[in-house]
Every structure is written in C-alpha cells, then in structure tokens.
Design a binder for this molecule. Structure first.
Ligand code: SF4
Length: 326
C-alpha cells in the first residue's frame, strides 16, 4: 500500500486549504508532502459533499436532478474509501436525512430568490513566480436579482461569532482575490448558505422511518435551525460584502505564506521528506474533532507501521501532478 503513495517534493501550486494547513507544519507534511489521507471514510466529509452537491443541483436544475446527483456524489466518495458495515448503515440513514433536508429546502420561500449560473469552476492565477494559486468556486449567480458568489457549507454548531468571523474568512476572500486576479467581472457580494446537521440521534428501539419522520417534522417547525439564519440579518442565505481592505490583506497573507513555503521547500529532498523538519503544533490536534493524523504523530518513531491506514490524497488540480516526486 505504501509504495502507491507518491510524495510531493516541489511547490507548484497553492490553495487556501494548503495555506491554512501551515498552522501545524506537521499536518502540512502529512497532507501535502507525504500526500496522505485516511483510508477510512470520514462520514462528516461525505455528508458535507453530498449535501453540497444536492443543494447546488437543486438551485440549478431542480429537485429530481438534485436527488440523482446526490446519489452519484455519494457513490464517488464511497468508492474512494473503506467502509465498515456500521459506516454503511450510518451512511444509509444519513442519506435519508440529507434527502429530507434537500426536499424541505425545495419548498422554502428563499429558494425562488436563488439562481446559480455556473458551479464548481476552477480558477488559476500566478501570485508568486512559478507558483499558481488555484481555487474552485462553488458557484456564481444572483440572489434577488443581485449578482452574488455562492458558498455552501455544512456546520454542526454555529454562533453569531461564526458569521462575524466570515468578515475576514480567508477562503471567501481568497475567491475574491482570485476573481480580481483572473480578470473576471468582480462580484463583491457572497451568498453564504449554511446548513446545520441535525443534533438528534436515533433513539433505542426507534425505526429509521420513524426517525426520518421526526426530522421532517422538526424541519417544518423550525426551518431556520436547519437553514441557518443569524440573529441580525435573519436571512438564508447570509449575505456578506467583501471589503477592499480585507481583500488586500488576504492577498498579502497568501503571497507572504507562499513565499514562506517556497523558502521552506528550498532544502535537499531528504530534509523535506523528514518529519522532523516539520514541527508539530499540538494546539491543533483536537480542532474539528480529532486530527486525522493523530495515530501518525502519536507513534512517530513507528509511523510507517500505521501507513496501511492511509492512502494517496485526491489530487484535485492538474498542476499537482508536477509536484510529485519522480
Ligand atoms: S496530530 Fe496534532 S501535531 Fe500531529 S498533525 Fe495533527 S494537529 Fe499536527
């Protein structure tokens, strides 16, 4: 298994995710140098991408196609990973919940105001000589006839601080930088669609049908809990305007971090591939649940033994091929 995982030893592209992962250098090493991802499926990631595909298609092509695309997205995600019988059962139940949410979204008053002209487009621009900055935008279109960029997210817990922090969010403003650099017509407004995952659990002795019915009823009674609205705007989607100062600041951050990375890669390959060159930041180990690389860091001297639980990370951009060690 290990021989199939090819590390990346050159820096040819950066993305916002890559830049954000520099907050723990060891994480960066496992993910972007060693190119690892767990073989076991992360159900939260699967849930997010299926719901994302469903909502995007719902806006563009309607409910029937949304349900088809969700099933397709689920199959694609599942085919990449290992699933236990327990995972399969959990996925089946969660799939029914996602379908319930998308069907409920299709009849919410907000849906008629959302129009998406295109989705999932890749953009590339050179910010630092020899390195391209790549992003995939969720979509662009209109909200109440006003031009917007769409961002679709799933979250477990959302406070008003979550929305306040969006005012400087690197991912959204990174897209803004990309739009400006790519000479696209610049759209300053972002329609931020956040879905909350139900915190309810199937009760002992409750059938899946009864549980799905319970969620359907809950969505009817408090739709704003699932299609999240904040206490100030009270709208779904949440509308955010990208300010020129934050865009400029984000661009400076991306350029500076890319230069730092470029400098960090400027060592012999043996050094680059040595985990000791990439120090840990243990403050991040429990961010968003447990870090996916905990078993490797926890057993650092024997980390090769744990590699059987990992596989080659999905390469999303063509340019990533040119980073691979030959
Ligand atoms: S387990 Fe902790 S130190 Fe190791 S990569 Fe993850 S966040 Fe970094």
């Amino acid at each position: 298994m290990l021989t199939n995982i090819i590390p990346s030893t050159k820096l040819k592209i950066v993305t916002v995710h890559k830049i954000q992962d520099t907050s723990c250098w060891r994480y960066y090493y496992w993910r972007w140098i060693r190119n690892l991802e767990p073989r076991k499926m992360n159900i939260n990631f699967w849930y997010g991408s299926v719901l994302h595909a469903g909502f995007q298609t719902l806006i563009m092509k309607g409910l029937k196609q949304a349900l088809i695309n969700m099933a397709k997205e689920s199959r694609t995600r599942r085919s990449r990973n290992v699933l236990t019988n327990e995972d399969l059962q959990e996925c089946d139940l969660q799939m029914r919940l996602i379908q319930t949410i998308i069907k409920a979204a299709a009849v919410q008053p907000f849906i008629k105001h959302l129009k998406m002209e295109w989705a999932e487009k890749q953009f590339k621009t050179e910010l630092v000589k020899g390195i391209v900055f790549c992003s995939t935008l969720d979509g662009c279109g209109t909200y109440k006839n006003e031009k917007v960029m769409y961002e679709i997210k799933t979250a477990k817990s959302v406070t008003n601080d979550y929305f306040t922090a969006l005012g400087l969010d690197q991912q959204i403003h990174g897209y803004g930088v990309q739009m400006k650099r790519s000479k696209l017509p610049f759209i300053a407004k972002v329609a931020y669609c956040v879905f909350r995952k139900s915190s309810k659990w199937i009760k002992k002795g409750q059938s899946p049908d009864a549980f799905v019915e319970e969620i359907q009823q809950d969505i009817k009674e408090r739709p704003e809990w699932y299609f999240i609205v904040d206490s100030q705007q009270r709208t779904f989607p949440y509308l955010l305007t990208m300010g020129s100062n934050t865009l400029q600041d984000t661009e400076a951050d991306i350029i500076q971090t890319t230069k730092d990375l470029q400098h960090k890669y400027n060592v012999p390959e043996k050094t680059l591939l040595n985990h000791e060159y990439w120090p840990k930041n243990c403050k991040h180990c429990l961010n968003y649940g447990a870090c996916q690389f905990l078993p490797l860091c926890r057993n650092i001297r024997k980390n090769e033994l744990y590699m059987r639980f990992y596989q080659q990370r999905e390469l999303r951009y063509d340019e990533e091929q040119s980073e691979l060690k030959v």
